[in-house]
Design a protein. Sequence first.
Length: 94
Amino acid sequence: MENQATYEVKKNMEEITLPSGAVAQIKEKFKGKHIRKAQLAADGDSSKLMFSIISQLVRIDGKDVVMEDLDEMHGGDVMALMAHFGTEKYRDWE
């Protein structure tokens, strides 16, 4: 299906090809510390929680991103990243 994210692991770093063609790299494994930092950054605004998690863990086309960068990104790319961190695979204990 067109415009869907594809996933690949290269050299211990997971890569996601986003619908726009941009490549997102997951910099490190998603951990509780990222959730805690996201809660602090969100400062009670739940709409910022996922953006904070993404900005901590993702590099896009080789560049780190901040929450404000996500505001200007292609909506399909943002949704693909949000879906990635909301998937069942993060319920595993690996």
